[in-house]
Each structure stands twice: as structure tokens, then as C-alpha cells.
Ligand binder design. Structure first.
Ligand code: NAI
Ligand code: MG
Length: 486
């Protein structure tokens, strides 16, 4: 049964309001492409109202700014409890709007609770220093919230992305205006209601659904916004970096996806490496920023590995996301499906060997067969571009040195992995590969405690980890002149 959709309006000052233009946009169920709700379409006027509310809530005298840090922690902890209470419903809503399989959405909801608890716990743990400055002075630093933060979300893991940006910003004492992705606004709105229920004061969290060029761009150009945190495409990341300097100097955190290499050495445990490599690119229908979309396999095991990888992909059960036995759901929207199918055609045309899949499934919803290409060359489009679909590209290599250089020959640098039983190979690869996260005999494991972000064009800054609140804090130095003689 379809989950109830309770919230479809704009959330400002803990109130639900229509778009000032009165406009709405349709949101869909990717399983069959049906319209499931009409959502208020925010634009510049709504962003202005949301930023004004966030600015008022950030005033030094506001309830939020006057709250003790420990009370901020407890409020966010209370929100974690509400998330846990509603986790099943939120998972259903996430699956309904994004198309991810329900079992995955449930894991995500569980992660959302854990990440929230971790970020909340940091609210009263950040502190400045006392500094042995030169001269007859006493110097110390304060860490203070940066101000109103614009949080622009992607659609591939909407709920977890909301949590990973909003909760650190709030723990730091900031106020936020969230712009969910146009494909998946529903869980963000539901989380707004839960934050209000947890006691977050009016204006601290505002949520404006809408499109990138309208609501998104207005947020990135707003003079009263001090910080933008964005997850999405490299293309829009670069636009946001420019926008962030256009009217004031916004701090930015960008997470822009990748073309992550996963390396399988001759000495790897194939029984583990094959399923890991499969899940690393087919999970969430391949719509994952850290997808292992370049799979480098060493020549000694290449033929055997390719055979087993094809068997793994063929056995993936694709279908209705609510069926607990389904392993791969639909792509989230039509453009994403068409983009991936376009890359599959390029893969064939450029001479890669199609072993499995390669086609759309049916003509309802946005399903693509799990697809495996072997004998892929580094310069083929399927080896250079982020596909964001269920497409495994297998490339052959001979030596560790060679594969490190080939892995690094890209503008992306989000993640990388290696399967090997040789400690030296593991350490050398981890040292020299250009990526923000490296997994050894593992892939995709993320924890709230470990910093996450990209090298090179995969992004700017880090999220998660003990220091993640720094992205939402300014350091202030206070220097006090001391009497020269006592
Ligand atoms: P996108 O980067 O256009 O959208 C992400 C978010 O940015 C959405 O909320 C969107 O409304 C907003 N946005 C778009 N244009 C904007 C602008 N000019 N100013 C401010 N905000 C703006 O990504 P899209 O078009 O949904 O997906 C295209 C490709 O991007 C995907 O196929 C994938 O390759 C990549 N992508 C990577 C993600 C990641 O996890 N790093 C997440 C989503 C997409
Ligand atoms: Mg776009």
C-alpha cells in the first residue's frame, strides 16, 4: 500500500505555505511513472521569505542562539528519537518517491538515525583554544556558527543527504534553508515536520522545494546566505562555486560524484571480490556518487573474474521496489534512465564487449537491465563519464604501478578500492590513489565518524567525522591587552 503523503507545501517558520506564485510541480513513483503528489514550487520570492525567516532565527537574541549548546544537542537527539519512531514510514516514503528498493530505504532510515545521533553529539563538543601569542596579551579562539546555510540536496539518497547536511549545520548553531531535489521532495518535508515536533524553533529550519535554476539558484545568489552545502553533479557544482562569489563570499562544501576505480589484484579473494564489485556498482541502480564504475582487474585472473562478474549481474533480481526479494529497483527518473541507456549505446559503439543486459526493461517505470561490459578501454565514454546507472565497466591491467596511474587519470577523485591479500599492494595503492576515501577488501562502507569528500573535481571540503561541524563554523580570535606591569 502506498504511504500517506502528509506534506507537499513549503516549510517556513514552522508553517506550511503555498508558493507565492501558486505554482506546483508533479512528483512521481519511479516504478510506474505515475504522479503521486503535487508539490509547491518555490522560486526566488519563496527563497527570500525562507532566508528572512532563517536570518531572524539567527539573530543573537533569538531562542535558537540563546539556547545552551547542550540543549541544542538534546533537541537534535530528540529528533533522532522521532526519526527512529517513524523510520518505517519514512523508508516507505523514500522508496515511493525515489524508487530505491524498500530494504535499502530501511537501511538508509536506520543510518539516518545513527548519523543524526553522532552529529547531535558534537553540538557541545567543539571549542576554541587559548593561544600563547607573542606580546603582553591573552589570546583565545571562539568557534561560532557561520550564519544562514543553504543546503541543496540530490535525489539519490534524499533523506540521508538531508541529515548529513542539516544536522551538522544545526549542531553548529546555524539556521538553514533546504532546497530538496525536484525529483524527491517528500522525505525532506516530512523531516521538517519532525524537526518542529522535536522543538526546533520557528525559522531555524526552512524547506523550499523547487527547481535548480529557480529556487536553487536564488539560494546560491542570496546576499544573506553565508554558506552553501551542495551534493550533485560536477557541472552544477562549478556553477555554484561561481554563484557563491557573485554577491557575497559564501563558504561552500561541494560533493560532486565520481568515476571511482575498484582494483582487483591477482591475489584477491575472488569469492569476496566478485559480489563486492557487483554491489559497488549495482546498488541503488548505480545512482551512487561512490559507485565503482571503473573496475580494473589484473590480467592473471581477468577471464575468470569477468565470467563470475557476468554471473553475478545476471542473477540480480530487478523489479518492484516494495518486494523484499528485489535487489534492483528503477532509475529515479526518465532523464537518468535515458542518460544511462545512452552510455550503454556509446559503450557498444566504441567497441566494449557487452556481456550482460544493455536494455531498458518494459516501457513502464524507469527500469534498466544490470549491464556488464568487458574489455573496456580507458578512453571509452563508459570509462571516463559518470553514468549513474547499473553499468559495470571492466578494464584489464598488468601491474600495480600501471593501475594506480590509470586510476588517477581522471578529474574525479571521490573514492577508490582495492581487493588484495598483499599488504604492500594495499598500502601502496591507498597511499598513491587520488581519492577522498579508499577501501581495502571492502567497498561503500561509510560511517558518521569517518570524513567523506572528494579530491580534485569531486568536491570541496569534507562531511562527516569529528571535525565536520567546522564546515558550519567560523574561527574568531580574541586578543586582550594585558597590563605591562603588575
Ligand atoms: P544536479 O546537480 O542538476 O541536481 C542536484 C541538485 O542541484 C538539485 O537539488 C537541483 O535542483 C539543484 N540544482 C540544479 N541546478 C542548480 C543551479 N543552477 N543552482 C542551484 N542548484 C541547482 O543533478 P541532476 O541533474 O539531478 O543529475 C545529473 C547527474 O549529476 C547525475 O546523472 C549524476 O551523474 C550526477 N549526480 C551526482 C550526485 C552525487 O551524489 N554526487 C547526486 C545527483 C546527481
Ligand atoms: Mg541537473
Amino acid at each position: 500500500m502506498a504511504p500517506e503523503i502528509k506534506y507537499t507545501k513549503i516549510f517556513i517558520d514552522n508553517q506550511w505555505v503555498d508558493a507565492k506564485s501558486g505554482k506546483t510541480f508533479d512528483t512521481y513513483y519511479p516504478h510506474d511513472g505515475s504522479v503521486i503528489a503535487k508539490v509547491a514550487e518555490g522560486d526566488k520570492a519563496d527563497i527570500d521569505a525562507a532566508v528572512d525567516a532563517a536570518k531572524r532565527a539567527f539573530h543573537r537574541n533569538s531562542e535558537w542562539r540563546q539556547l545552551d549548546a547542550s540543549q541544542r544537542r538534546l533537541t537534535l537527539d530528540k529528533f533522532a528519537g522521532l526519526l527512529a519512531r517513524d523510520a518505517d514510514y519514512l523508508a516507505q516514503l523514500e522508496s515511493y518517491n525515489n524508487g530505491m528498493v524498500l530494504t535499502m530505504a530501511k537501511m538508509m532510515a536506520h543510518s539516518a538515525v545513527n548519523f543524526t545521533k553522532y552529529f547531535a553529539s558534537l553540538a557541545d563538543k567543539f571549542q576554541g583554544n587559548t593561544i600563547p601569542a607573542d606580546g603582553a596579551v591573552f589570546s583565545y579562539t571562539l568557534k561560532q556558527p557561520v550564519g544562514v546555510c543553504g543546503l541543496i540536496l540530490p535525489w539519490n539518497a534524499p533523506m540521508l543527504m538531508f541529515i548529513c547536511k542539516a544536522i551538522p549545520a544545526l549542531a553548529a548553531g546555524c539556521t538553514v534553508v533546504v532546497k530538496p531535489a525536484e525529483q524527491t521532495p517528500l522525505t525532506a518535508l516530512a523531516l521538517g515536520a519532525l524537526l518542529a515536533e522535536a522543538g526546533v524553533p520557528a525559522g531555524v529550519v526552512n524547506i523550499v522545494p523547487g527547481f535548480g535554476p529557480g529556487a536553487g539558484s536564488s539560494l546560491t545568489h542570496h546576499a544573506k546566505v553565508s554558506k552553501i552545502s551542495f551534493t550533485g553533479s560536477m557541472e552544477v557544482g562549478k556553477i555554484i562555486q561561481q554563484a557563491a562569489g557573485a554577491v557575497n563570499l559564501k563558504r561552500i562544501t561541494l560533493e560532486l560524484g565520481g568515476k571511482s576505480p575498484l582494483v582487483i589484484m591477482n591475489d584477491a579473494d575472488l569469492a569476496a571480490a566478485v559480489p563486492y564489485a557487483g554491489r559497488a556498482v549495482f546498488a541503488m541502480s548505480g545512482q551512487v556518487c561512490i559507485a565503482a564504475s571503473r573496475l580494473y582487474v589484473q590480467s592473471g585472473i581477468y577471464d575468470e573474474f569477468v565470467k563470475r562478474a557476468a554471473e553475478f549481474a545476471k542473477a540480480i533480481k530487478v523489479g518492484d521496489p516494495t518486494d523484499p526479494t528485489t535487489q534492483q529497483g528503477p532509475q529515479t527518473d526518465e532523464p537518468t534512465m535515458s542518460k544511462a541507456l545512452g552510455y550503454i549505446e556509446k559503450g557498444k559503439a566504441e567497441g566494449a564487449k557487452l556481456l550482460v543486459g544493455g536494455k531498458r526493461i518494459g516501457n513502464k517505470g524507469y527500469y534498466i537491465e544490470p549491464t556488464v561490459f568487458a574489455d573496456v578501454k580507458d578512453n571509452m565514454s563508459i570509462a571516463t563519464d559518470e553514468i549513474f546507472g547499473p553499468v559495470q565497466s571492466i578494464l584489464k591491467f598488468d601491474t600495480l604501478e600501471e593501475v594506480i596511474d590509470r586510476a588517477n587519470n581522471t578529474n574525479y577523485g571521490l573514492a577508490a578500492g582495492i581487493f588484495t591479500t598483499n599488504i604492500n599492494s594495499a598500502l601502496q595503492f591507498s597511499k598513491y590513489v587520488e581519492a577522498g576515501t579508499v577501501w581495502v577488501n571492502d567497498y561503500m562502507t561509510l560511517a558518521p565518524q569517518t570524513p567523506f569528500g572528494g579530491f580534485k573535481d569531486s568536491g570541496l571540503g569534507r562531511e562527516y567525522g569529528r571535525d565536520c561541524l567546522d564546515a558550519y563554523l567560523e574561527v574568531k580570535t580574541v586578543t586582550i591587552n594585558l597590563p605591562k606591569k603588575i
